[in-house]
Structure formats: C-alpha cells, structure tokens
Design a protein around this ligand. Structure first.
Ligand SMILES: NC(=O)C1=CN([C@@H]2O[C@H](COP(=O)(O)OP(=O)(O)OC[C@H]3O[C@@H](n4cnc5c(N)ncnc54)[C@H](OP(=O)(O)O)[C@@H]3O)[C@@H](O)[C@H]2O)C=CC1
Ligand SMILES: N[C@@H](CC=O)C(=O)O
Length: 407
C-alpha cells in the first residue's frame, strides 16, 4: 500500500481526494497497490467531511512520517509551498503538484533535488488542467526537436472572452462566473493579466528547450484592453481573438517567448477553442503539428492529472530521466525587440498615407458603424522595436494594437 498526503483541500485538493476515493479499485490495478490518503493538510477545519480524521495542521507530521512516500502539493503560490515541496523531496518523498507558479519559478532547482534523491517531482496538472501535455512532451514526442509551442493556456480568460464575445456578457460578470466555477486563481489578476499563461508557457518552453525559462524575462500581456471594436475587426479579418502563450525556436538559435492576445485565423486549430477549454499546439521536426485539447481548469479535470501523476509516482522506483531541464541565465531567450510579427492596429484621426508612412504597406479592415476617422489595419511583419516606435508616434490616436499569430 502507498500512503500519500494531500497539502491543501481547496478546489484541486478536494477534487484529488474525491477522484482517489471514487476510483479506488481502478487505481489499485493501475498503480499495482492501494493508494491510501493518510493525511490532508489545510488551515481550515472540515468537521463535516467524511475525511475529517485525516486532517492535520502541522506539515511536520507529514514530513516526519516515513510511511508517506508521495506528497501532493495543491496549496498554490510560493509560500509555504516551496518549503513544503523542497523539504519533502530532500526527505526522499516524491512530490506531485498542480502549482504552476512554483514550477515556473523553482522547477530547475526542484527537479535537480528530485534527481539527486532518486525520487520524482511531477507536475502534469500545472499546464492545461486535465490535458495530458507534460508527459506527452517529454516521452511521446521525445524523438522530435521541438521547434514551436503555442497554446490557449488559461481557462479563465478563454471562458471570459467566449462569454463576452458570444453571449455579450460583461467582463466582470464573466470573471465572477469563472471564479464560482473554481477556474480562477486566488488573485484573478494572475489570469486576466496573462501571468498564469506566462508561467505555463515557461514550463512548456523549459521542458521543450531543456533550459529554465523564468517568467520575469517574458513579455506578457492580458485581455483587459480588448474591446468590442477589436472583436468586430477580427471578424472581418476572418478569425478570433485568443490569449496565446507561445515559444518559438529562432533562426539565430535563440528562443522567442511571449504571452499576448492575438488575432488567430479561423483556419487555425486554436481558433475554435472556447469556454474553459485549452489547446496546446506542439510543432515537432518529425511530427509536424500535434494539438492537445481539453478542459484547462476546474476541480475534476485538474484532479485527473494530479492523480495520474500519483499513480506513476507510486509505481516508479527511480527518477524520471526525461522530465528534466537545467537551470539557466536566460541568455538563450530572444530579445523581445527582435521578434518579428504582423500587428492589428486601430487608430483615430490619421490618413491612410500617414498609416503607411509609419507601418509600410498595410491591409485595411472594416466594421459596421465604424465612426468617421477610424482606421484599422494589419501591418506587414515588423520587429517589435519598429512597431513599438511607430505606435508611440501615434500618441492618443492609437485605439488598439493586437499581434497577429499564424498558428
Ligand atoms: N483551480 C483550478 O482549476 C486549477 C488550479 N491549479 C493550481 O492548483 C493550485 C491550487 O489551486 P486551487 O485548488 O484552485 O486553490 P484553492 O485556493 O481552492 O485551494 C488551496 C487550499 O490550500 C489551503 N491553504 C492555504 N495555505 C495553506 C497552508 N499554509 N497550509 C495548508 N493549506 C493551505 C487553502 O486554505 P484557505 O482557503 O483557508 O486559504 C485552500 O483550501 C494552485 O497552484 C493553482 O494555480 C492548477 C490547475 C487548475
Ligand atoms: N486559473 C487557471 C487554472 C488552471 O490552471 C486557469 O484559468 O487556467
């Protein structure tokens, strides 16, 4: 019998306990032994819970119990999760986590400790909720050189965009619904400002390119500046606006990474991904494009990924060799100024000649009831530096700028 502890009994923690309890028999067959939850750590009391006897408040009870072989960290954040995870690994216990902030900021260090101790640090649930993506990347796609990854990586923002565009729901109402459904981060700015998507693309890029990509270095934008006018122009463009985290191997050998709202053409496999669903496109040199799709947030989908990691952790008696990346000084990350992209730009009060003097040969978009003097267009592919300089010259005539991606 494998005895495990669950740290945090919130959305994902309670889902993890529920999935382990309801699928006990199936898990026994798959893990080769029974998985028993010996402890649940949380700050609150749960006197009415059927698991009330398992609750503890002192992490040291878990750390010092030699029977515990796997610790599931689903508290979130860095404090105290980092200390709990690091000390568990140092004590020779495998750790499973859904905590993308922790993996994005401390992944290289924690993977190194896990390897030194001969245990595992697993985090399938940290990207894409219930979608299998971490294990497919380092196992099933291991024959490939990964050239690009792009994804709708945040369920909350995709849910909000879908509700606003399809159902005309106000931003705040859509966010409130996402919170009620358990999709949103404790601080929803992490979702709507792109921070969560940034952590996830950093994890995917670290794994794909073999060196730690730290979130601090990555240009990150959220969805708060998107307007109904931008949505209307995007329809005329023939696509949809999605928050995309992407990482791409560049000709100079560096890796460009960015999180931004983007016009995505309707032919893209990412364009029709709505509600809480996520999709992750991986471009391998042998496979071409492979797309992973499913629910990117929520109690049971996320718990599914956590419990699958637990099953593998209890079966393994050594560290995974392929789930690994080195620490890095970020010198392989492309300077954002050098990234070359097309852009959608919306302006007021400039002529077409002035627009083309700034951006070069542009293609114009239209929308119903556009006011006199409004222009919207797609620029040619230009560097971020050139686009930022042109946009700065527009001053308050600029109404919007969204990148165009061709995934
Ligand atoms: N929700 C989702 O859909 C997904 C979440 N994740 C990630 O999973 C992690 C957990 O998310 P989620 O379950 O939604 O978060 P919740 O806030 O719902 O759950 C966290 C739980 O941990 C408890 N907790 C906080 N501090 C401590 C502590 N020091 N010791 C013990 N327990 C503590 C909280 O108690 P209290 O409420 O009293 O503070 C709460 O019960 C996060 O990293 C999140 O980003 C990943 C994928 C999807
Ligand atoms: N807040 C996150 C939760 C899952 O990672 C999201 O909405 O995607």
């Amino acid at each position: 019998m494998a005895k495990i502890a669950v740290l945090g009994y919130g959305v994902v923690g309670s889902g993890t306990v529920e999935v382990i309890e309801k699928n006990k028999e199936g898990l026994l067959k798959k893990a080769g032994q029974e998985i028993e939850i010996k402890y649940i750590l949380d700050l609150r009391d749960f006197p009415d819970s059927p698991y009330k006897d398992k609750f503890v408040k002192d992490f040291n009870v878990i750390l010092n119990d030699p029977e515990i072989s796997v610790v599931v960290e689903v508290i979130g954040g860095i404090k105290p999760s980092y200390d709990f995870v690091k000390s568990s690994l140092l004590a020779g216990k495998s750790v499973v986590t859904s905590n993308k902030e922790l993996v994005a900021k401390k992944g290289a260090e924690l993977l190194k400790i896990a390897h030194e101790k001969g245990v595992n640090f697993f985090f399938e649930a940290s990207v894409g909720g219930g979608i299998p993506i971490i294990r497919p990347l380092h196992q099933c796609l291991s024959a490939n050189r990964i050239d690009e990854i792009a994804g709708i990586l945040n369920g909350t923002t995709n849910f909000i965009l879908t509700k606003m565009i399809r159902d005309n729901m106000a931003f705040d109402d859509a966010l409130k619904t996402a919170q009620e459904l358990g999709y949103a981060e404790r601080n929803p700015s992490a979702d709507v400002d792109g921070i969560d998507a940034c952590r996830k693309i950093c994890i995917l890029a670290s794994l794909s390119f073999g060196k730690h990509v730290y979130p601090d270095n990555i240009h990150t934008e959220g969805i708060t500046k998107i307007t109904p006018e931008d949505v209307a122009y995007c329809e005329n463009f023939g696509g949809s606006i999605k928050l995309i985290g992407w990482a791409s191997r560049q000709d100079d050998g560096k890796v460009a990474v960015m999180v931004c709202p983007a016009f995505i053409h309707e032919d893209s496999q990412l364009a029709g991904v709505n509600d809480v669903f996520n999709a992750i496109l991986v471009r391998g040199d042998s496979t071409g494009d492979v797309v992973f799709y499913g629910k990117g947030a929520g109690k049971l989908p996320t718990a599914s990924a956590v419990v699958a990691d637990v099953v593998i952790a209890v079966k393994m008696n050594s560290s995974s060799k392929s789930l690994y990346w080195e620490d890095s000084d970020q010198d392989f990350i492309e300077d954002t100024d050098k990234i070359v992209l097309e852009n959608y730009v919306r302006v007021n009060g400039i002529s077409k000649d002035e627009a083309e003097a700034l951006f070069g040969k542009v293609s114009y978009l239209t929308r119903k009831d556009a006011p006199e003097g409004e222009l919207a267009f797609i620029t040619p592919a230009i560097s971020e530096k050139d686009c930022n300089e042109a946009v700065a010259k527009l001053g308050d005539k600029l109404l919007g700028r969204i990148r165009v991606l061709d995934y």
